[in-house]
Design a protein. Structure first.
Length: 309
């Protein structure tokens, strides 16, 4: 089975009122943990690669690892570029076998965002690749994306119809209060579901994407802090809010920080309990298992896409 696009996935998700998990990948163990979880619960998957992941692991290695996962699991998997910031980066991923790319022009004025996004859409569609655009800016830090709270902005529902019609994007990432990284809220968590509802009305049937949607699961933060880490005040998006978003127009929910926390917490614990061990397989194996269990939990209890592959 080859890599697939997200088009059919999103259509089914919108109609079924669930979301597809888009999990960021950087190495073999992360890919194995995610795909083994999805295989066990028969869930469709989007594996996404940031510009930082490509720099770290190399484009070819990542594509081949994902192809190996498809061969092993037989699952429909979409390979997606997360936060492409230029036409050249998107083109490189399209030419290099990705089936989906995100062009993030959210930092640009509206007209420039439209122009850049349309340039990517025209090229991608000529190659059978789908495109995600973004309107509004999420605060937070993730790999090469760094947006201060002062520069963050909610998506303006008045702009979405024009943006989608002029660019031809296949899905739209919006800003309703989520943010990148492990420190998403200082006080009470709050998402602007009123903005999501308004966008849903203006773009009926159109797939919406939520970035910065890790829950920063407390058990892993506690594990990291217990075994030598220092993450005071780390807080994510409550899972019931994500489930609500998935029952609305949100068809793709991005999860990265929770993968990092599960892996790092497990490795810290292993090092503390087994100080004489030095074989990477000894600690990467449990880390892979932790990712698998966490992803299974997300698929079944948050995304609702189990049994939908």
């Amino acid at each position: 089975m080859p890599l697939v696009t997200s088009t059919e996935m999103f259509k089914k998700a919108y109609e079924g009122k669930y979301a597809i998990g888009a999990f960021n990948v950087n190495n073999m163990e992360i890919i194995q943990g995610i795909t083994e979880a999805a295989k066990e619960v028969n869930a469709p998957l989007i594996l996404q690669v940031s510009a930082g992941a490509r720099k770290y692991a190399n484009h070819t290695y990542l594509v081949k690892l994902v192809e190996a996962a498809i061969e092993e699991t037989g699952l429909p998997i979409c390979l997606h570029l997360d936060h492409g910031d230029s036409f050249e980066l998107c083109k490189s991923c399209i030419d290099g076998g990705f089936t989906s790319v995100m062009i993030d022009g959210s930092h640009l004025p509206f007209e420039e965002n439209v122009k850049l996004t349309k340039q990517v859409v025209d090229y991608a569609h000529s190659k059978g690749v789908v495109v995600e655009g973004e309107l509004g800016r999420l605060a937070g830090i993730e790999d090469d994306v760094n947006v201060s709270e002062a520069d963050a902005a909610y998506t303006d529902p008045n702009q979405v119809e024009e943006f989608v019609s002029r660019t031809g994007v296949d899905s739209l990432a919006i800003a309703i209060g989520t943010s990148h990284g492990a420190y998403k809220f200082k006080g009470e968590a709050k998402l602007r579901f009123d903005i999501l509802e308004e966008i849903e009305k203006r773009l009926p049937g159109f797939p919406i994407v939520l970035h910065g949607a890790s829950s920063v699961m407390p058990e892993y933060v506690e594990m990291i802090n217990k075994f030598g880490g220092n993450m005071p005040g780390a807080k994510g998006v409550p899972e019931d809010m994500l489930r609500k978003a998935a029952s609305m127009a949100v068809c793709k929910i991005n999860i990265d920080s929770d993968l990092r926390l599960a892996m790092t917490g497990t490795i810290r614990k292993y090092f503390a309990e087994n100080p004489s061990h030095f074989d990477p397989r000894q600690y990467l194996g449990p880390a892979r298992s932790a990712i698998k269990e966490m992803v299974k939990h997300k698929i079944v209890n948050v995304l609702g896409c189990d049994g939908k592959a």
